[in-house]
Design a protein around this ligand. Structure first.
Ligand code: ADP
Ligand code: AMP
Length: 214
C-alpha cells in the first residue's frame, strides 16, 4: 500500500502516519524527520535545509527530490510506504508520479487531514518533540507519561523552533500557496480522501483505516 498524507503543518499527518505504518507494516517516511536528522548530524544537506526550515520556508525541490527517490528505492519501501510531508509542491508530486511509474506503480491513497487555520497555531504551540528520536507529543492532547520526557527514549521534549507562532503563520501561508494545490492534483487522479482532522486521534485513525479498506 502506497500512501501519502496531505494537510497543513500541525494537522496531525505524522501522528496518523506513525500509527498507519505500524498497522500495515510499511515504513513511515517523513522528509521533515530526515532533514532534522541531517541537521542533528551536521551534514551538508542539514546545513542547507536548516536555513530554509528556520524561516518557515520550504527546502528547495532540488534538495528534496533526489533524497526521496533514493529512499523509495530501498528494499523496505518496495511493498509500500506512508509518505508524510512529501510531496509539498506540484513539481514534487509530478516527480513522485514519474518515479513510481518507472516501476509500474503509483500512489493508492492521498489522505488529506483537514484542520482549519484557526486551530493550527494553538495546536502547534502545544506540540513537543523529542530532541533525540523526534517522537512528538502534545501538552494537553497527547501527553507523555512523565512531563517533558520522551516515553520512547527518555530524552528531553522541546518546542521546535519552527513551531513558534510567528513561524507557524509563515508556514501556513506557504502551505496555502504551494501545498494545498496538491489536493486538486490528487483529486484529478482519483486518489484523494479527506478526513476531519479536528476529531480525536483514535477516531481519525479508524476513519482512515476504513478508507484504506484492509
Ligand atoms: P503534522 O505531522 O501534520 O505536522 P503532528 O502529527 O505532529 O502534525 O501533530 C501536531 C500536534 O497536534 C502534535 O502535538 C500532536 O500530538 C497533536 N495532534 C495530532 N493529531 C491531533 C488531533 N486529532 N487532535 C488534537 N491534537 C492532535
Ligand atoms: P515537517 O516536519 O513535515 O513539518 O517539515 C518541517 C520543515 O522541513 C518544513 O517546514 C520545510 O521547511 C521542510 N520540509 C519537509 N518536507 C519538505 C518537502 N517535501 N519539501 C520542502 N521542504 C520540506
Amino acid at each position: 500500500m502506497k500512501l501519502i498524507m496531505l494537510g497543513a503543518p500541525g494537522a496531525g499527518k505524522g501522528t496518523q502516519a506513525k500509527r498507519l505504518a505500524a498497522k500495515y507494516s510499511i515504513p513511515h517516511i517523513s522528509t521533515g524527520d530526515i532533514f532534522r536528522a541531517n541537521i542533528k548530524n551536521e551534514t551538508e544537506l542539514g546545513k542547507k535545509a536548516k536555513s530554509f526550515m528556520d524561516q518557515g520556508l520550504l527546502v528547495p525541490d532540488e534538495l528534496v527530490l533526489e533524497l526521496v527517490a533514493d529512499r523509495l528505492s530501498q528494499e523496505d519501501a518496495m511493498k509500500g510506504f506512508v509518505l508524510d510531508g512529501f510531496p509539498r509542491t506540484i513539481p514534487q508530486a509530478e516527480s513522485l508520479t514519474e518515479t513510481l511509474e518507472k516501476i509500474n506503480s503509483g500512489i493508492n491513497f492521498a489522505i488529506d487531514v483537514d484542520v482549519p487555520d484557526k486551530n493550527i497555531v494553538r495546536r502547534m504551540s502545544g506540540r513537543r518533540a523529542c530532541v533525540n528520536c523526534g517522537e512528538t507529543y502534545h501538552l494537553t492532547n497527547l501527553k507523555p507519561k512523565q512531563d517533558g520526557i520522551c516515553d520512547t527514549c527518555g530524552s528531553k521534549l522541546v518546542l521546535r523552533s519552527d513551531d513558534e507562532p510567528e513561524t507557524v503563520l509563515k508556514r501556513l501561508k506557504v502551505y496555502h500557496d504551494q501545498t494545498q494545490p496538491l489536493i486538486d492534483y490528487y483529486k484529478g487522479r482519483d486518489t484523494l480522501h479527506s478526513v476531519d482532522g479536528t476529531k480525536d486521534i483514535k477516531d481519525i485513525f479508524s476513519e482512515i483505516v476504513e478508507i484504506l479498506g484492509e
